[in-house]
Design a protein around this ligand. Structure first.
Ligand code: HSE
Length: 379
């Protein structure tokens, strides 16, 4: 029997195991599969868990077990996930992951390795939580050029912004609640600084443009400085503040404009209505036109749903399928965001030290003194 190993028994790992056993009969029957979870790798023991008999602490047991066909890397971070993933792929064991940091950093290399070893590297759970966006972009929209993709890709920050606006909940309290609900990263700095959204837009941009876009090339701003006053200003303007990740290819060139920034999203734009922990991805495709994908962007079971779809796909494939490869490139393809003209919400201190709010249609220039924040407007 070709079996599964789960690496990491945290929020996503435990959700994946629980959800696998809850849906096992359906998964096996509908896909004509016979499989089981053989190992759960973690540093800890889980005496209270009904799955504790599967818990092991030594990675080499998994890489040396010829029954293991698929490993779900749900540990997060670069180390030791990068080393483990390479070792598994080198053995021809398919790897599925929710690890956006690893995919955004080393995706091109790991995809090539999987192809060489006739196995798969799948990462549906890395971006958009439960939304089936990765396979949709690669498979379902393969007969399209996608020239623009824009969305809300971080559940934690969207949850925080919603709580601040709808319930006037202070930022710190909303962040704490998102941690309690299992939405935030272990270190929530990655969420609120925009780094998590940045990794995700890099993954989506790499898929649609076929070039490996690295996180350090992306203009990235977080929500740390957003206040309830900003949210109230947005409301009076007929807008909502949202952390928007965006990737757009310039017409008739290879240049890409890619950013992660809070935006004032006008109420006429569908993204302004995406609240709570939900994510949404808006895609402009050459034949299909505009598409919008919406769903839970974080949390134990929504993410487990995406992991299990990849495990099933890897078992069905039983060898390389749908080869997704990204070319290496340089940051020369990135458009400097300062050169792009946009409308802004401007918050600054006047000469008396009073904070004033307003709108600006100007490009960013040195003429603005004492700027507290400058947030682009998305119509
Ligand atoms: N911390 C992430 C989020 C988890 O809030 O979106 C899902 O990637």
């Amino acid at each position: 029997m070709r079996k599964i190993a789960v690496l990491g028994f945290g929020t996503v790992g435990s959700g994946t195991v629980e959800s696998f056993y809850y849906h096992k009969d359906k998964i096996l029957k509908e896909n004509a599969l016979d499989t089981d979870i053989k190992y759960i790798l973690d540093l800890r023991d889980f005496p209270e868990s009904p799955y504790n008999d599967k818990v092991i602490h030594d990675f080499s047991i998994i890489e040396n077990d010829s029954e293991i066909a698929v490993a779900a890397e749900l540990m997060g971070g670069i180390n030791p996930a990068y080393d483990f993933t390479k070792r598994l792929l080198k053995k021809g064991i398919s790897v599925v992951t929710s690890n956006k940091e690893l995919v955004a950093r080393h995706g091109a290399e790991l995809l090539i390795l999987a192809k060489e070893k006739n196995c798969n590297y799948f990462f549906e759970a890395s971006t958009g939580g439960a939304i089936p966006i990765i396979r949709t972009l690669h498979d379902s929209l393969s007969a399209n050029y996608i020239y623009k993709l824009q969305g809300i890709l971080n559940g934690t920050t969207n949850f925080i912004l919603t709580k601040m606006l709808d319930e006037q909940m202070p930022y710190k309290e909303a962040l704490k609640l998102s941690q309690k609900l299992g939405y935030a990263e272990r270190d929530p700095t990655a969420d609120v600084s925009g780094a998590d959204s940045c990794r995700k837009i890099c993954i989506l941009a790499s898929i649609i443009f076929g070039k490996h876009i690295l996180p350090e090339w992306v203009t990235t701003k977080g929500i740390e400085k957003i206040t309830t006053e900003d949210a109230a200003f947005a409301e009076s303007f007929g807008a909502k503040i949202k952390l928007i990740a965006s990737a757009e290819k310039e017409r008739d060139s290879d240049k890409i404009f890619i950013t992660v920034e809070p935006h004032l999203v006008c109420n006429g734009n569908q993204l302004s209505h995406v609240s709570d922990v939900y994510n949404a991805v808006m895609v402009d495709a050459s034949s299909a036109g505009r598409l919008m994908f919406y769903g839970s962007g974080a949390g134990k079971l929504p993410t487990a749903s995406a992991v299990l779809s990849d495990i099933t796909a890897a078992l069905i494939a039983n060898g390389t399928q749908n080869v997704l490869l990204w070319e290496d490139c340089t940051d020369e393809i990135i458009i400097d965001s300062k050169t792009v003209k946009r409308g802004y919400y401007l918050k600054q201190k006047d000469t008396d030290g009073q904070v004033i709010y307003g709108l600006s249609e100007e490009e960013i220039t040195d003429k603005y003194d004492n700027i507290i924040s400058l947030i682009p407007i998305l119509e």
